[in-house]
Design a protein around this ligand. Structure first.
Ligand code: MTE
Ligand code: MO
Length: 416
């Protein structure tokens, strides 16, 4: 089939079945030729349903589960769970499905007994209770949060046959509401050489990270609410640091202290962990910004296409450097690319949803997405992404994800 084939039904945007946006309109409605399809005797039409509830839960027919990664053998509380990207759409992750990563489990903190101390190279040390923070002016922003270890399995030598969520789901998107950090730092009055802020959490992991002052002044907040409700314990209740665009590890949960000082602390989490070993053997430290990346969430790994016809290819793109400018999609393993439709608020450090119709006639295909941000950063291929780091490194991997669709409709992770 030629890329330029052009009839009323389908307008090809790139090779192997990628279509222009308008092609989807006719594609998918179920025909009514066989009669009106509503099941007349369905229970829910004749018997009253369940009563209201104090806190809602999803339909039992919707399979919504975070995928679990087992913890450290000596400390099972040190684990993670990932967002089931393939089960969701849009750009907001429900709080119950936000990915989790904790190094010593989830502390059960009584906000009345929790304080945030701001000290070090400041004119006045300050102590904030949860109540006192609620009195400050707040802001709400949609931001992604991504663990720097996200997609690490795609650095393995053989492609793992897993879902989009298992492979790439250490990322979520939420509307975060909290107190911009500059209010608190202004109030304390920073000394001239206070170029770093050391953030510490109240959990049992001794989690401590050094953050350059400019990141704290530009967008960082003490987050108190997530998608409208108080933070969940797993996300840092009663308060967490949130540093937009940066590796999740510095968004310290259960935030208990901020110390201003001249130099970084060189803590465990920024020396033995969360540094990137480069090809030449040197270690790149404080590589905090998450780079431009995208992943197709549907169709994606372990799904089965059970009919031929038009599908909407859809996924998410993000960048820690800026907003997303373009997402290109390929159905032929990167030989040709078409530009997807973007649905976003065009905000930096937020998730962007992309969509493009695709005609599947049963042909074997390799689906890929490639994100480009407003600064012109282009998501690299897997090979290029791996070249930067020494063997065995796995943080900050942002290579293109490839999903192979075989002629029987099975979708799986492949390396091309
Ligand atoms: N105090 C504390 N903060 C923490 C962690 C932790 O174990 N303890 N884990 C970090 C890591 S590695 C990540 S990726 C994010 C995960 O945030 P989430 O669980 O809300 O998704 O929190 C970070 N903040
Ligand atoms: Mo992380």
């Amino acid at each position: 089939m030629s890329n330029k084939s052009n009839n009323n039904e389908t307008q090809h945007a790139a090779g192997n079945g990628l279509l222009h946006r308008r092609s989807l309109l006719k594609a998918s409605a179920l025909g009514l030729a066989g009669g009106f399809l509503l099941p007349a005797k369905a229970d829910w039409r004749s018997v009253p349903g369940a009563p209201q509830s104090t806190y809602g839960s999803p339909s039992k027919f919707a399979d919504l589960r975070r995928e679990q990664t087992i913890g450290h053998p000596f400390g099972p509380a040190a684990g993670s769970s990932s967002t089931p990207l393939q089960s969701l759409n849009g750009t907001i992750t429900p709080n119950s499905l936000h990915f989790e990563r904790h190094h010593a489990g989830i502390p059960n903190i009584d906000p009345a007994k929790h304080f945030l101390t701001l000290y070090g190279d400041v004119k006045t040390s300050l102590r904030f209770s949860y109540e006192s923070l609620l009195a400050y002016p707040m802001e709400s922003h949609k931001y992604f949060l991504e663990c720097s270890g996200n997609s690490y399995r795609n650095t393995f030598p053989t492609a793992q046959n897993l879902t989009a969520g298992s492979l790439n789901g250490l990322i979520s998107g939420a509307e975060w509401t909290g107190v911009p950090l500059h209010y608190l730092l202004d109030e304390a009055g920073l000394e001239k050489d206070a170029n770093w802020i050391i953030a510490e959490g109240a959990d049992a992991s001794g989690h401590t990270r050094s953050i350059p002052l400019h990141r704290m002044l530009d967008g960082a907040m003490v987050a108190l609410f997530q998608n409208g409700e108080p933070l969940r314990p797993a996300q840092g209740y009663p308060m967490r640091l949130f540093v937009p665009g940066c590796e999740g590890n510095i968004s310290v949960k259960w935030l208990s202290a901020l110390k201003a000082q001249k130099t970084p602390a060189y803590s465990r989490e920024e020396t033995s962990k969360y540094t990137d070993l480069l090809k030449d053997g040197t270690a790149e430290m404080f590589s905090l910004e998450m780079e431009v990346k995208s992943v197709i969430t549907s169709p994606s790994g372990t799904m089965q296409l059970n009919r031929k016809g038009v599908y909407e290819i859809s996924g998410m793109a993000w960048s820690g450097a800026s907003a997303i400018r373009t997402v290109e999609v390929s159905a032929d393993g990167g030989k040709s690319w078409a530009t997807a439709l973007l649905q976003s608020d065009n905000q930096p450090n937020a998730l962007t949803r992309f969509r493009i119709p695709w005609q599947w006639t049963g042909q074997p295909s390799v689906l890929q997405s490639r994100a480009i941000d407003q600064k012109g950063n282009v998501q690299p291929t897997r090979d290029v992404a791996l070249q930067r780091y020494s063997a065995g490194s796995f943080y900050h991997y942002n290579g293109i994800q490839s999903w192979q669709v075989s002629s029987d409709g099975m979708v799986k992770n492949v390396y091309v």
